[in-house]
Design a protein around this ligand. Structure first.
Ligand code: ZN
Length: 522
């Protein structure tokens, strides 16, 4: 059984919606810059659970918070540090957008992120953290948290070992003078206002020295993260909310939030779905900031159904690892094709279930699984100007392509070309050499190439025939297949490896092949 079906069953067996009608599923992301693809795993997990519950007739709503009310705590490398330095420590909503047309920093990067949700078929209802705070909806919970600050300090110490001094309060005030929130320290709550001083200088954020008292309501202050997390569960009535493995350890942020939820707010925490990391080229979110690691970059690299498969295909307890510049790209297409085969075979198994869920929701009702040429073959053929992709595909399939298959082939070709011009490693790049490249060949290799030229001169040969002939030369010449293939790749592609040689040669103009073989053998 797929993880999403298993989790949906668990939810139905153990929970009823708090409002008696609709399960509320929630996820969030602080928009501190371009969003890493790892954050798409949460979106996909919550999104798919919502889809599966809906499929079972269980009413639910998936809400996603655009985190725009957290401090801007570091300047991403792709931005002009000079321009953004003065904004360090301000709430994200108060930091300017890097480009015109967006209300602020969080809106700009948030729009890029939600565009990826849309393309991959996950469409939660969005709200901003600022809306929640400014509306006053968080105020009762801010009040409770301030009144019970000593309990919160105790929980932090007991659960996570974090010690706060006795004046510490669980809110971060936005300085009325300089507008920063990372530089302030709140103390002394009198029931209506908190005293604060703008005198902390974490990292590069500069405090202004202002001191005063402020009523911490309606967005004037924000609860610190773990307290904020628990308070939002209560404020919104969250039933289901998972989190990444990094938050889910004993004594970790989820553990702390659970304790605060129960002990301070008297609220049973939502159903948890702890999930593993999404690695990019073996690296975790914190360390993979390179090209191809953002949600947008990764999403651009694949058609929606393949991107969805990457996001939902592994059990939540398993890591996902995709390297845009590696073998994992063609491999994920192979994985998808394998699932499609189960569908075409009419099997009702985990493969066909996963295939169906990988399709965009709007396409799931009329599910089709057209035959497709392997991605690595498509990626090779699109680089060979003399080859017709459609004809080659028909040859591999063994019959003409039907309309669905042609459409799928076009899409695959488009993504293959994009990959080849962006991330693909050298070993996937081929250039047919118009002129004979300089190559040092052994006498054995030359002899084999001469025999091959003669074989071709004696008649039209199919890829299969050439394939058999090449392998016969192992005893005929004799020559090791590896040595022979290397010579062929060297003289046609100027490299040491390549596609299946028999079919490759059969696809090239025969006269060209014969002339090149003779030239090399001379
Ligand atoms: Zn200040």
């Amino acid at each position: 059984m797929l993880w999403a079906d298993r989790i949906a069953n668990e939810i139905r067996d153990t929970r009823t919606p708090r409002d008696g009608k609709t399960f509320l599923i929630r996820d969030e992301k602080t928009i501190s810059g371009r969003v890493h693809v790892g954050s798409m795993r949460g979106v996909a997990i919550h999104g798919l659970v919502a889809e599966v519950l809906a499929e079972q007739g269980v009413a639910n709503e998936f809400r996603f918070e655009i985190g725009d009310f957290d401090p801007f705590d570091s300047i991403p490398g792709y931005l002009d540090a000079e321009k953004f330095r003065e904004h360090l420590g301000k709430p994200l909503y108060a930091v300017p957008s890097p480009e015109q047309g967006f209300a602020n920093y969080a809106e700009y990067f948030g729009a890029e992120f939600t565009e990826v949700h849309k393309k991959s078929g996950f469409v939660p209802n969005y709200y901003r953290a600022t809306e929640l705070y400014r509306s006053g909806k968080m105020d009762p919970f801010i009040k409770t948290a301030l009144e019970r600050a000593s309990d919160i300090r105790r929980i932090l110490k007991e659960v996570s070992g974090s010690e706060k001094d006795t004046s510490w309060l669980p809110v971060s005030v936005v300085c009325e003078n300089c507008g920063k929130m990372m530089t302030t320290r709140a103390y002394d709550f009198d029931g209506e206002t908190v005293a604060y001083a703008c005198d902390r200088n974490p990292d590069e954020a500069k405090s202004c020295g202002h001191t005063g008292r402020v009523a911490p309501w309606k967005g004037a202050a924000k609860l610190f993260w773990k307290i904020d997390w628990a308070a939002k569960w209560v404020a919104l009535g969250v039933d289901i909310e998972g989190g990444g493995k990094d938050h889910s350890t004993r004594g970790g942020s989820r553990d702390v939030a659970n304790h605060i939820s129960r002990e301070v707010f008297g609220y049973e925490p939502p159903f948890d779905i702890p999930y593993e990391f999404f690695l990019v080229g073996g690296k975790k979110m914190s360390s993979s900031k390179g090209r191809g690691s953002s949600a947008k970059d990764m999403c651009d690299l694949f058609p929606p159904e393949i991107f969805r498969l990457i996001l939902i295909g592994k059990d939540i307890r398993e890591q996902i690892d995709i390297d845009p510049s590696g073998e994992s790209v063609p491999r994920v297409y192979d994985w998808y094709d394998e699932l499609a085969e189960s569908v075409r075979a009419g099997e009702a198994d985990d493969h066909s279930r996963l295939y169906a869920l990988s399709e965009l929701p709007k396409n799931q009702a009329a599910l089709s699984a057209p035959w497709q040429m392997r991605f690595r073959e498509v990626a090779f053929i699109v680089q060979m100007a003399h080859l017709s992709l459609k004809e080659e595909a028909a040859r591999v399939k063994g019959s003409a392509l039907i309309e669905d298959e042609e459409r799928a082939l076009d899409v695959r070709a488009r993504y293959a070309k994009f990959w080849l011009t962006t991330y693909a490693p050298e070993e996937f790049k081929y250039e047919l050499q118009e002129e004979m490249p300089s190559a040092v060949l052994s006498d054995t290799q030359k002899k084999a190439l001469a025999m091959l030229a003669e074989y071709l001169q004696n008649g039209e040969r199919t890829g299969e025939e050439l394939h058999v002939r090449l392998h016969e030369m192992k005893t005929g010449v004799p020559i090791q297949p590896k040595e022979l293939f290397q010579a062929i790749y060297r003289i046609f592609l100027n490299r040491d490896s390549g596609p299946k040689a028999g079919w490759f040669l059969a696809g090239l103009p025969r006269d060209f092949v014969i002339a090149r073989l003779k030239e090399a053998a001379a």
